[in-house]
Design a protein around this ligand. Structure first.
Ligand SMILES: [Zn+2]
Length: 233
């Protein structure tokens, strides 16, 4: 085979490997980002549980104040009733009021108790979310370290391909290298085989003359249609 084609094929080989490595690097980057997001979600879950608990505690305090207030009112009415220096009609009205206030207080007390239960449940939720965060942080960090290690290996492999490429490029004639680079901006495979009389890049037939010249390997031949560099293997 034409030695120059051989060099171009080697160049293409390192380029192909490098582009696979670059895709791998991108996948690793995406994995690292996902791990970061997962961790962020765990943190947000703890934050949400903490906020829910704080809101419930605040609502519970307000509810207790309401109950206390009702209690004070009821006691005041009761006191006036006990002192008995009011008319019978007023007494009747006070009794009705006291009954209403007691019903309200009873309902509010039930609500206050339900809130205490909700607070207990929210405390359990927060504690579970906290435990989960600790576990997940350990797991995700470990995985992230593994991803970092893999990414470092990939970076080194890419650097090795680039060094290899520079070495091959230095041995390639500049105008051929330029042609290859130019084709590479368009195709991932600038150098292709002629198979059954067709360019295996664009799949179109090439002329018999082209096949013949490629076979003689005295020069670098290109496809008449797509301009890829051809060889017969
Ligand atoms: Zn072609």
């Amino acid at each position: 085979m034409n030695e120059e084609i051989q060099l171009l094929l080697e160049l293409q080989g390192t380029d192909r490997e490098r582009s696979e490595l670059e895709s791998q690097a991108k996948r690793l980057q995406a994995r690292a980002a996902r791990l970061e997001r997962d961790l962020e979600e765990e943190r947000a879950a703890v934050q949400a549980a903490r906020q829910r608990l704080a809101e419930l505690e605040r609502a519970s305090r307000l509810k207790n104040l309401e109950v206390d207030e009702l209690d004070v009112h009821t006691r005041q009415y009761q006191k006036r009733l006990d002192e008995g220096i009011i008319s019978f009609k007023e007494m009747e009205a006070l009794r009705a009021k006291i009954a209403t206030e007691r019903d309200r207080m009873s309902a509010q007390e039930d609500e206050a108790l339900a809130m205490m239960d909700a607070i207990d449940a929210a405390r359990v939720d927060l504690s579970l979310a906290g435990e989960r965060l600790v576990e997940q942080t350990a797991r995700l960090m470990k995985e992230a370290e593994q991803v970092d290690r893999e990414a470092e290996q990939v970076r080194q492999a890419i650097a090795a391909r680039l060094a290899e490429r520079a070495h091959i490029a230095a041995r390639t004639r500049p105008h051929l290298l330029a042609r290859y680079e130019n084709l590479r901006t368009e195709f991932p495979d600038p150098v292709v085989l002629i198979t059954n009389g067709s360019c295996s890049g664009c799949k179109l037939r090439v002329s018999g003359n082209t096949v013949e010249r490629a076979r003689n390997a005295s020069d670098v031949i290109t496809c008449e249609n797509c301009s890829r560099i051809l060889h017969v293997g």
